[in-house]
Write a protein that binds this ligand. Structure first.
Ligand code: NAD
Length: 255
C-alpha cells in the first residue's frame, strides 16, 4: 500500500515539538520526505534520523534563514509540495494589552506572523514553477474568538495569519496552489501541559468552554494537517479549518 502523500516533499517549521513534531511523524508515515526547521538542533537531528528526513537550523523570523530553508529543501529533494508553516510562540509577557510592552508585542508578531509571510513568500516561487502545492499555516481558534484571558499580541498575530492565508488562497487558486489555515483549539503540547499542571484553576477556566471536555492531542492536529496537505482536500483553499473540540460553535457546554 502506498501512503497518502507518498513521494511528496514537505517542509515543517517548528517540527521539533508539539503539533509540528506529530505532523513530521505523520507525514513520514504516509510516505513524504520531510524537511524539519527549528532552533533545537540536537532534537532536530535526532528526529530527522528517526523519520529519514532532513533537519535545517532556522529562525522563522529571519529572512535569510527562511530563504535558506526552502532552498535546501528544493536542492535536496528537487521539489516542494507541502509547506506547513507552524512555528510559533506564546510567551508569558504577552498578556493583557495593559501589561504587554512594545518589545513583547513585536517579538510575538515577528515569530508568529512575519514568519508566515516570509515562509509563504519563499516557497511560492517553487510551487508556482511546479504549478502545484499545498500551504498550511497554523493560526488558532483565538483568530475567530475573543478571550478575557488575553494574550493580545498572540491573538492579533493569529488573526493576521488567518487573513493572509485567505488572501493567498484566493490569489493563487488558479495556479494549482492551495493555502489553508489550521485553527487548533487548545492542544496538549509541552507548553500547555506545563502551564496547566502548575495551575489547575487556570486549566478549569478554559476547559469549561470545550464541549468535548478535554484538550486536543498533537496527533489530532497532525491528522487534520495531513488531510489539508494531501490531494484528499483538493477542493479546499482559503479555508479556516477549525479543529477545536467544538469550542467555536459552543454557547452552553455539556455538564
Ligand atoms: P511548541 O512550543 O510545542 O512547538 C513549537 C516549536 O517551534 C518548538 O520546537 C520551537 O523550538 C519552535 N520555534 C519557536 N520559535 C521558533 C523560531 N523563531 N524559529 C524556528 N522554530 C521556532 O508549540 P505547539 O503548541 O506545538 O504550537 C505550534 C503552533 O500551533 C504555534 O503556531 C502555536 O501558536 C499554534 N497553536 C497551538 C495551540 C496549543 O494549544 N498548543 C493552540 C492553537 C495554536
Amino acid at each position: 500500500m502506498t501512503g497518502r502523500i507518498e513521494g511528496k516533499v514537505a517542509v515543517v517549521t517548528g517540527g521539533c515539538s508539539g503539533i509540528g513534531l506529530a505532523t513530521v511523524r505523520r507525514f513520514a508515515q504516509e510516505g513524504a520526505k520531510v524537511v524539519i526547521a527549528d532552533l533545537s538542533d540536537e532534537q532536530g537531528a535526532a528526529i530527522a534520523e528517526e523519520v529519514g528526513g532532513t533537519y535545517v537550523h532556522g529562525n522563522v523570523a529571519d529572512k535569510t534563514d527562511v530563504d535558506n530553508l526552502f532552498k535546501v529543501a528544493h536542492e535536496t529533494y528537487g521539489r516542494i509540495d507541502i509547506a506547513f508553516n507552524n512555528a510559533g510562540i506564546s510567551p508569558p509577557d504577552d498578556d493583557s494589552i495593559l501589561d504587554t510592552d512594545l518589545e513583547a508585542w513585536n517579538r510575538v508578531q515577528l515569530v508568529n506572523l512575519t514568519s508566515v509571510y516570509l515562509c509563504c513568500k519563499a516557497v511560492l516561487p517553487y510551487m508556482l514553477e511546479q504549478k502545484s502545492g499545498s500551504i498550511i499555516n497554523t493560526a488558532s481558534f483565538v483568530a475567530v474568538m475573543g478571550a478575557a484571558t488575553s494574550q493580545i499580541s498572540y491573538s492579533a498575530s493569529k488573526g493576521g495569519v488567518l487573513t493572509m492565508t485567505r488572501e493567498l488562497g484566493v490569489q493563487f487558486a488558479r495556479e494549482g496552489i492551495r493555502v489553508n489555515a489550521l485553527c487548533p483549539g487548545p492542544v496538549n503540547t509541552p507548553l500547555l501541559k506545563e502551564l496547566f499542571a502548575k495551575d489547575a484553576e487556570r486549566a478549569a477556566r478554559r476547559l469549561v468552554h470545550v464541549p468535548m471536555g478535554r484538550f486536543g492531542e498533537p496527533e489530532e492536529m497532525a491528522n487534520a494537517v495531513l488531510f489539508l496537505a494531501s490531494d484528499e482536500s483538493s477542493f479546499m483553499t482559503a479555508s479556516t479549518f477549525l479543529v477545536d473540540g467544538g469550542i467555536s460553535g459552543a454557547y452552553v457546554t455539556p455538564l
